[in-house]
Design a protein around this ligand. Structure first.
Ligand SMILES: Nc1ncnc2c1ncn2[C@@H]1O[C@H](COP(=O)(O)OP(=O)(O)OP(=O)(O)O)[C@@H](O)[C@H]1O
Length: 627
């Protein structure tokens, strides 16, 4: 058999273009060729099971061999092999028709993955790293003759008689000068570990040396000999391919350790297993969160039939679950197409909502089965749950039953439980519920105590996500608003009935206001007299809830630029019913009056950590002289 030919393709020489274009990602040649080899072994197994192949199957295996001296990498399999005609059909025609299409479209493509999958160039990725590629193959078919195909990266190919005596295929790459990095054992091992670690057929790459006991020496001590064993780089039955009832907790934990060797044990996991309307398996783990959770993203590995594809699972996994760890395997995800296509793909959308549903169901189950254990984990899972609650309506529908609120007394409530708890005391005169929260219990302690004295409960909202969580709760909960505890004096946080008149006459009120205005002497602080309980502080400084939230959003770049420009504006509430105010009024010495007013104001600032620098020093000096 000897045949020379020209691959029917209009374009003269596509390989230089492919090479140049795909350069950045060229390590995937090994993924493509090893997967082809694995496919070939799976196909022969299938033919055997269908009764279309009656020979010995043998031990199905793929081998990657490096010959650094001769600058070759060989990928061998004992799969179904190809006849010369099949090479012409599958390699020359089919792959090249993909290449022609590629030539027309390559301008639109953005990365190597996209091109390779879309245009069926799997095999041709070999030319990214090789000047000459050989196929040496023998088909399983009876009477088949071995065939060898050689191509030097031009459109010319040659088919001659092959040398294989057993069924299967060798792909021999004559590695080019620019790609000599791949003639390194470590480098190849690294690529195989990345892409082939869980392939379903054993992949051999060289050998390992091991010490084995070999009888005893004259003194009766054990003797050892060095034995060479195959270096099998993969685990052919990773846990996600098994059924959950075959697996113990230990198996899940061990697999987690294998994937993320330096991580703490996960909190819990979800085994995904669906075959209709799409095919997907996997295990997702809820990790123990570290503070640097920002850096923990991209920990989910995406596989297609056990071939590693990527750890960028954006769009497939809902954004709020990107902090999860684990693996997802689906032949139905279009792995090789562009981003925009992925977003529009209906399978991807279905997979996305399936994962959301599974995660929500798992959380609901944990919550129901053991509330205490769930609460103990809340510290770690609260962030996911709140994030999902905010960003995903479908998740919200389920999460509203298991999202938890904590108060400053360290009690925990579901949304319904909390409503029941505060309904009687925290409903305003218009029938709206007011939830009070703190984002900094230390700094806002005086306000919290005042609110508690009035019988109000204060929620703890001090995690990074709580800002958004608060606004979202307000949108979702019926007739409910949330107010930060320092948004107003306790008496005014919830508008109950019209405030009682205070004890001062109108003239006295004006006088008090003037005293405070001139003692404070800052345009950003607006003095107002309120009639509060005599037990409340004489002076309280607050910032309006609305204004504060707008400014916070502006600071986070939430498109509220205008509010960001506004100076901070505070309300100075003077408690007209407090003894100190009566005392100030009755004080005849104007200096002492001003001092007392300033002192009361500074105390209010102090309790919120707003008194600093020279003003703090002045306050301390004044206090000393007052003592
Ligand atoms: N090791 C092999 N043994 C037997 N047949 C092979 C082998 N490698 C490739 N082939 C044949 O060549 C064809 C083309 O391979 P190629 O990798 O270009 O595309 P593909 O595997 O069909 O698709 P893709 O790799 O893009 O998913 C294969 O479909 C298969 O029929």
């Amino acid at each position: 058999m000897q045949e020379k030919g020209t691959i029917s393709i209009h374009t003269e020489n596509i390989f230089p273009i492919i090479k140049k274009f795909l350069y950045s990602d060229n390590e995937i040649f090994l993924r493509e060729l090893v997967s082809n080899a694995v496919d070939a072994t799976q196909k022969i197994k299938r033919l055997a099971s269908l009764g279309q192949y009656n020979g010995e199957l043998g031990k199905l295996q793929v081998e990657v061999a490096l010959d650094a001296e001769n600058k070759t990498i060989t990928i061998s399999d004992n799969g179904l092999g190809m006849t010369a005609d099949e090479i012409k059909k599958y390699i020359n025609q089919i792959a090249f028709s993909g290449a022609t299409e590629f030539m027309e479209k390559f301008k639109e493509a953005k990365d190597a993955n996209e091109i390779i999958g879309r245009f069926g160039l799997g095999f041709y990725s070999a030319f990214m790293v090789a000047d000459v590629v050989e196929i040496n193959t023998l088909s399983y078919q009876e009477g088949a003759e071995p065939a060898r195909w050689t191509c030097d990266g031009s459109t010319e190919f040659e088919i001659t008689e092959g040398s294989r005596t057993t069924r299967g295929t060798d792909i021999i790459l004559h590695v080019n000068t620019e790609s000599e990095e791949f003639l390194n054992k470590q480098r190849l091992q690294e690529i195989l570990d990345k892409y082939a670690k869980f392939l379903p057929v054993p992949i051999k790459f060289g050998t390992n040396e091991q010490q084995e006991e070999d009888g005893q020496d004259e003194e009766g001590k054990p003797k050892y000999k060095t034995v060479e064993t195959d270096n099998i780089i993969n685990e052919t039955n990773p846990i996600w391919t098994k059924s959950p009832n075959e697996l113990k907790d230990e198996d899940y934990l061990n697999f987690y350790k294998e994937l993320y060797p330096f991580s703490e044990d996960p909190l819990f996991w979800i085994h995904l297993n669906v075959d209709y309307p799409f095919n997907l398996t996997g295990v997702l783990y809820f990790p123990k969160l570290k503070n640097d959770y920002e850096f923990q993203r991209n920990k989910i590995k995406l596989f297609s039939r056990q071939v590693f594809i990527t750890d960028e699972v954006k769009d497939i996994v809902p954004e709020f679950l990107m902090l999860l760890h684990g693996v997802i395997d689906s032949p139905d995800i279009p792995l090789n197409v562009s981003r925009s296509f992925l977003q529009a793909d209906s399978n991807v959308k279905k997979i996305n909502s399936y994962i959301t549903k599974k995660v929500a169901d798992k959380l609901a189950e944990l919550f129901k089965a053991d509330r205490k254990a769930y609460e103990d984990k809340w510290n770690d899972i609260g962030l996911f749950v709140k994030y999902g609650f905010i960003s995903d309506d479908k998740f919200y529908e389920k999460a509203k039953d298991f999202v938890l609120l904590n108060n400053t007394a360290k009690e925990t409530f579901t949304l319904n439980e909390y409503k029941e708890k505060v309904e009687a005391t925290q409903t305003d005169k218009e029938g709206r519920l007011v939830y009070i929260y703190t984002n900094d219990p230390d700094k806002q302690d005086a306000f919290i105590q005042s609110a508690n004295r009035k019988g109000y409960d204060v929620l703890l909202m001090n995690s990074p996500i709580d800002n958004h969580f608060v606004s979202h709760l307000e949108q979702k909960l019926d007739k409910t608003s949330l107010k930060r505890v320092d948004a107003d004096v306790a008496d005014k946080l919830i508008n109950k009935e019209d405030a009682p008149e205070h004890i001062l006459t109108e003239e006295q009120s004006t006088q008090v206001k003037t005293i405070f205005d001139s003692a404070i002497n800052k345009p950003a602080f607006k003095v107002e007299l309120e009639s509060l309980s005599p037990d409340e502080l004489p002076v309280t400084v607050t910032m309006d809830e609305f204004m504060r939230r707008m400014k916070e959003m502006a600071a986070m770049g939430g498109g509220m630029g205008f509010y960001g420009q506004m100076p901070d504006n505070y309300k100075v509430v003077v408690n007209a019913n407090h003894k100190l105010i009566t005392r100030i009024l009755s004080e005849e010495n104007t200096d002492t009056r001003a001092q007392l007013a300033k002192q009361a104001f500074d105390l209010a600032l102090l309790s919120q950590g707003l008194l600093t620098g020279a003003e703090l020093t002045e306050f301390v000096n004044r206090s000393v002289s007052l003592i």
